[in-house]
Design a protein around this ligand. Structure first.
Ligand code: SDX
Length: 389
C-alpha cells in the first residue's frame, strides 16, 4: 500500500481526447495537418495558409487567404495602455514569462471576445491573438535590449512585419533578408501544431473549464517554456555553447549523458521513435541558411558531429533517441540575430494556430467535459487523528 506504484504505460498513455486536427504516426515518422503531410506543406504552403487550414479545417481559397492576411495586418496593433503595461514589466524577465502574462491580460483589454458560446467573439479572439502575439513578442524583446518598440507596418506581410518590429529595420530586405523571411515562415509552419503535446494539452485542459481562450493560451505558453518541451530549443544552444566554451570533447560529453549527469537536449520524443519529420526539414534549412555565412558556423558543425556520434551509439538508438524539432532550430534563430531567450517565443508564435484550433475544437464540442484526470493513490491508509496533547 505504501510502496511505489509503477504506473502501467497503458494507463499513462491512454488517449485523452479525440481530435480531427493533426495526425502523428510516431513509428513511421508521419505528421499531417488536417490530412496534408508536413513535407508538402513545408514546400508549398505559407504560415498564414497553414493557420487557416488548422483553425478552419480547410486550405483557404485565394480570396479567403487575402481576407485573413488583411485582418491580421489590420489587427496587429495593441492598445496604448497595454504598451504602458508591457513597458512596466521587468526588462530582465524571460520573454516567455512576460509573454504568457501579457497574453492572459488580453482578456482584460478585449472583454468583448471572451465568451466562448458566442461564435463572433471566438472569431474576434482568434484574429486578435494571431495578429497581436508577434507585436507583443517584439515589444517585449525591444524593451529587453533597451530599444524603442517598433509599430507594426500594415504594408508588410506577417513574417516580414514581425522581423521589422523585432529588429527595427527591414530585416526582410535584400537576398539574405528574403531568405530569413522564407526560413522563418517555414519554421512557423513546422511548429504550428503537434496533436496533444504538453502545451496543447494544457490549453485544452484550461479551456475544458470554459475559461477564455486568452487564459488557456497563456497556460500553453507557460507549459511550452519548460526545457523538456519548447524551452529545449534554448537549452540545445546553451548545451552547444557550453561544450564549445569548455572545450569538452564530444565523446566525454556523451559519456556524461550516458552517466545521466546531463541530457542530450534536442534529442528524444514521447511519440517519434525513429525520426522527427520536422527535424529533417529544419536540418536542411539550417544548411541552406548557414552556407550563406562567410565562415562555417561552429555550433552547427558541433551539432552535426554530436548527432552523428549519438546515432552511432547504441545507448541512444536502443532508447530510440533521435533529433527532435528543437535540435537544429537554435542555430538558425541565432544566425538570424535572435538571442537564445527569444527562441521559445518563436516556437510559441508558430504553435499559436494549433493552440487556437484545439481550443475552438473543444469549445465547439457539445460532448466535451471538464478535464479531471484520476490518480493511483499511493499515500497512507486511514489513520486516527491523535488529538491535541
Ligand atoms: C518538444 O510532445 C510533443 O509533441 C512535443 C514537441 C511538440 O512539437 O510539441 O515535439 C516539442 O517538446 C520536443 C522535445 C524537446 N525536449 C528535449 O529535447 C529535451 C530532451 N529530451 C527529453 O528530456 C525527453 O526525450 C522527452 C522529454 C522529449 C521525452 O521524454 P519521455 O518520453 O518521458 O522519455 P523518457 O524520459 O521516458 O526517456 C526514455 C529513456 C530514459 O532512459 P531509461 O531510464 O529508460 O534508461 O531515454 C532516456 C531516458 O533517460 N532519454 C534521454 C533523453 N531523452 C530520453 N537520455 C539522454 N538525453 C535525452 N535527451
Amino acid at each position: 500500500k505504501t510502496g511505489k506504484v509503477a504506473l502501467d504505460p497503458g494507463f499513462v498513455n491512454t488517449a485523452s481526447c479525440s481530435s480531427a486536427i493533426t495526425y502523428i504516426d510516431g513509428d513511421a515518422g508521419i505528421l499531417r495537418y488536417r490530412g496534408y503531410p508536413i513535407q508538402e506543406l513545408a514546400t508549398g504552403s505559407s504560415f498564414i495558409e497553414v493557420c487557416h487550414l488548422l483553425i478552419y479545417g480547410e486550405l483557404p481559397g485565394p480570396g479567403e487567404l487575402k481576407e485573413l492576411a488583411d485582418k491580421l495586418r489590420q489587427n496587429a496593433g495593441i492598445p496604448d495602455e497595454m504598451r504602458t503595461m508591457l513597458d512596466a514589466l521587468p526588462r530582465e524577465g524571460h520573454p516567455m514569462t512576460l509573454l504568457g502574462s501579457a497574453v492572459n491580460l488580453l482578456a482584460a483589454y478585449y472583454p468583448d471576445s471572451v465568451d466562448l458560446s458566442d461564435p463572433d467573439q471566438v472569431e474576434l479572439a482568434t484574429i486578435r491573438l494571431l495578429a497581436k502575439l508577434p507585436t507583443i513578442a517584439a515589444h517585449i524583446y525591444r524593451n529587453s535590449i533597451g530599444e524603442q518598440p517598433v509599430d507594426p507596418d500594415p504594408s508588410l506581410g506577417y513574417v516580414e512585419n514581425f522581423l521589422h518590429m523585432t529588429f527595427g529595420k527591414e530585416k526582410g530586405e535584400g537576398e539574405l533578408g528574403s531568405l530569413f523571411v522564407k526560413a522563418m515562415d517555414l519554421l512557423l509552419i513546422l511548429h504550428a501544431d503537434h496533436e496533444q503535446n504538453c502545451s496543447t494539452a494544457t490549453v485544452r485542459v484550461v479551456g475544458s473549464s470554459e475559461a477564455d481562450i486568452y487564459g488557456s493560451v497563456s497556460g500553453g505558453i507557460h507549459a511550452l517554456f519548460g526545457p523538456l518541451h519548447g524551452g529545449a530549443n534554448q537549452a540545445v544552444l546553451e548545451m552547444l555553447e557550453e561544450i564549445r566554451s569548455s572545450g569538452t570533447d564530444l565523446d566525454t560529453f556523451l559519456e556524461r549523458v550516458k552517466a545521466r549527469e546531463t541530457r542530450l537536449m534536442g534529442f528524444g520524443h514521447r511519440v517519434y521513435k525513429n525520426f522527427d519529420p520536422r527535424s529533417k526539414e529544419i536540418k536542411g534549412l539550417a544548411s541552406q541558411i548557414l552556407d550563406n555565412q562567410e565562415r562555417p558556423d561552429e555550433l552547427f558543425e558541433l551539432a552535426l558531429q554530436l548527432e552523428a556520434k549519438a546515432l552511432a551509439d547504441p545507448y541512444f538508438t536502443e532508447r530510440k533517441l533521435y533529433p527532435n524539432v528543437d535540435f537544429y532550430t537554435g542555430v538558425i534563430y541565432r544566425a538570424m540575430g535572435f538571442p537564445t531567450t527569444m527562441f521559445t517565443v518563436l516556437f510559441a508564435i508558430g504553435r499559436l494556430p494549433g493552440w487556437i484550433a484545439h481550443w475552438r475544437e473543444q469549445a465547439a464540442d457539445q460532448t466535451s467535459r471538464i478535464a479531471r484526470p484520476r490518480q493511483l493513490y499511493t499515500g497512507p491508509g486511514q489513520r486516527s487523528y491523535p488529538g491535541r496533547a
